[in-house]
Design a protein around this ligand. Structure first.
Ligand SMILES: [Fe+2]
Length: 361
């Protein structure tokens, strides 16, 4: 057997214009309230514009994720982008390979992402030095271990919705891989919150509907200060919102669990012990949800599009420290979360085939 040739790791990053920039003095404003016109409403359900050039399409798991080959995001028409919104809302996430999008520059990238809503401005994550503040840079490398440091005293597996404390949290989100570790590792696990909700028992689902929870950026901001001291990036004050525990996706009308362990602090109106107990159960439920999640492996040029209103995701951070992983995220904001409607008897139990077959209703 021939021994594999040892190659030296690349020293220079492939995308120097997208390197992270940390300015402890920088401040930005939030986007503010706006009317959200979801592109998914305009989409043709047959997806003719999105799938016109597709050469392959396969699901990554039954309940979450589809991989599409042959489709270039940067070449989609407005109708194709509308269909991407609908398809992502239905599947939770869509994985696209070898994307030219990564090479079209800040301006065109911003314009395409803005098709889905105004772009979020992050309070502490870095942006490119000479690039727009809306570009969130995820950079882990031997020359910048800031991400490693932030997870040093915490499990890196942390399912979350990006920026759920916003009054209008994100909808469709683009995660664009510029450079990934040479071997396996650095995957993202994406989990479908519609299925997470459906898999709970009918009476428990009914108890969750109507509850509200407080979401806040306080903990991550405190971690930023703890880890980086006077070099901490604090562009925006703490953001806080109250959202329904169960939301309705505006396009698919699917009920989704909307609490996450990174940002959800407490259940409104419940005593601390009650709130902690329920939230711990729900976070554990999501953490155990291997049957409603998919795992995405990256290559340079991979873009994962996920809909934050019906999914949560977690990094894995399982590759060797010092290996370079370089990505950017564009995060269009969407609707004010819609509470699911509490119904006396909505027939949910009858729709749940597994429970019906076993007579568990
Ligand atoms: Fe995230």
């Amino acid at each position: 057997m021939i021994a594999p040739i040892e190659t030296k790791p690349r020293v220079e990053p492939l995308y120097p214009d997208y390197l992270p920039h940390y300015d402890p003095d920088e401040k930005v404003e939030g986007v503010g309230s706006f009317e959200h016109d979801d592109p998914g409403f305009r989409a043709d359900a047959e997806l003719p514009n999105l799938l016109h050039d597709a050469t392959n399409k396969f699901d990554l798991s039954p309940h979450c994720g589809t991989e599409l080959h042959g489709v270039q995001i940067s070449e989609l028409s407005p109708a194709g982008l509308d269909e991407l919104a609908l398809f992502t809302a239905e599947r939770g996430c869509v994985v696209l390979r070898n994307q030219k999008f990564n090479d079209i520059g800040f301006e065109k990238q911003s314009k395409i992402a803005s098709h889905f809503g105004p772009l979020h401005r992050h309070g502490w994550m870095p942006h490119p030095k000479n690039g727009p503040v809306e570009f969130v840079i995820v950079y882990d490398s031997e020359d910048d271990l800031r991400i490693r440091k932030s997870w040093a005293r915490k499990s890196p597996i942390q399912f979350h919705v990006d920026q759920s404390p916003e009054t209008q949290p994100p909808g469709l989100t683009f995660f664009c891989m510029l450079e990934s570790p040479p071997g396996p590792g650095g995957d993202t696990i994406i989990s479908h919150m519609g299925r997470a909700f459906d898999r709970l028992s009918p009476s428990f689902r009914g108890r969750l509907e109507g509850l509200k929870a407080i979401h806040t950026t306080a903990n991550p901001i405190m971690r930023e200060i703890r880890d980086n001291g006077n070099q901490a990036v604090l562009r925006r004050p703490i953001t806080k919102s109250v959202h329904p525990v169960v939301t309705l996706h505006p396009v698919t009308k699917r009920k989704c669990l909307f609490v996450n362990s990174s940002y959800t602090q407490s259940i409104v109106g419940w005593d601390e012990e009650e709130s902690d107990y329920l939230l711990k159960f729900l976070f554990d439920h999501v953490n155990r949800g291997a049957d409603f999640s998919c795992r995405v492996r990256y290559e340079p040029g991979t873009i994962v599009v996920w809909d934050q209103r019906c999914t949560q995701h977690s990094q894995t951070l399982d590759y060797s420290p010092g290996q370079r992983r370089h990505a950017f995220r564009l995060t269009p904001l969407a609707n004010v979360p819609i509470p699911s409607k509490v119904e006396e008897d909505d027939g949910e139990c009858q729709k749940d085939e597994g429970r019906m077959m076993l007579n568990l209703c």
